[in-house]
Design a protein around this ligand. Structure first.
Ligand SMILES: Nc1ncnc2c1ncn2[C@@H]1O[C@H](COP(=O)(O)OP(=O)(O)OP(=O)(O)O)[C@@H](O)[C@H]1O
Length: 256
């Protein structure tokens, strides 16, 4: 059951125990034209955090700041206490998987996975094994020679996941990667992410519009409103009748 004090004050949950922190987003500010954003967040090692909020609230911007595709105006982002702000996206200990545009269209499935392991795509024996294992896990072994254009949407997403599996970076950022998948495939992908989290200890930040996905695999949620984290609470709050109105309004359960 979510802690009512935390809910009322919307205190970042994990701040209470910074010794377990893997990622610290410290007072980051960013602006797009009229939209001012401010993020403060601690994510613990091994946590799965679902990021929810209305369209345009700033969810993707938060992920882009963490991944290094956007640079904050002020504040710091720390990974295991060290600032990663000056590191380029490829140098950060992070893998990102977006809804689309995860693959290079001119590269085969195999090359698309390999490029996540080595920019030259020349793999050593260990990397080759990691690639083969990842391809097996997403059942793409028979399609390694294909180009993305010759795959279904779900198969393309599986290649993206295989790259994440092979890279084994400690932090995985997912931006609605499963919204175009059919329900069975979506379940399969969620199970795969949960497995990455449990078996490989990978910490997951997942933007989703689907509360059931969050309830299924997330420990906690961060609810974003107007460029700020308005609520950081255990995922169970999504099913709690006493959840704050702003969350119920977003879920469409207010006054039900
Ligand atoms: N490249 C950009 N240039 C200008 N404004 C942008 C840009 N990208 C996003 N924005 C604006 O920043 C705000 C936050 O956008 P963001 O994509 O982070 O929202 P989101 O919560 O991920 O939305 P959605 O659920 O629709 O994907 C929105 O008002 C959006 O219009």
């Amino acid at each position: 059951m979510p802690n009512a004090t935390l809910l009322n004050n919307a205190i970042p949950l994990s701040n209470a125990d910074s010794s377990r922190a893997l990622l610290q987003v410290n007072n980051i500010t960013f602006a797009y034209e009229q939209m001012q954003m401010h993020f403060d967040l601690v994510v613990n090692r091994g946590e799965t955090l679902a990021i929810l909020g209305a369209s345009g609230s700033g969810k993707s911007t938060l992920l882009n700041l963490i991944a290094g595709f956007n640079q904050p105006l002020s504040g710091d982002i720390r990974f295991q206490q060290d600032s990663i702000l000056t590191k380029a996206p490829a140098q950060r200990p992070i893998t990102t998987l977006f809804q689309e545009h995860n693959l290079f269209n001119h590269l085969t499935v195999k090359q698309n996975i390999a490029i996540g392991l080595a920019p030259s795509m020349k793999l050593n024996a260990e990397q080759q094994t990691a690639l083969e294992t990842a391809a097996q896990q997403v059942e793409m072994t028979d399609l390694l020679h294909r180009l993305p254009a010759d795959l279904s949407g779900g198969q393309r997403q599986r290649v993206g996941i295989a790259r994440c599996l092979a890279r084994k970076q400690p932090l995985l950022l997912l931006d609605e990667p499963f919204s175009s998948l059919d329900p069975a495939l979506r379940q399969e992908m969620l199970r795969l992410i949960a497995k990455l989290n449990k078996e490989h200890g990978i910490t997951v930040l997942m933007v989703t519009h689907n509360p059931n996905d969050a309830l299924q695999i997330a420990d906690n949620i961060a609810f974003i409103e107007n460029g700020k984290i308005a609520l950081h609470a255990p995922a169970a709050i999504l099913a709690d009748q006493d959840a704050p109105d702003m969350l119920k309004r977003y879920l469409g359960t207010l006054n039900k």
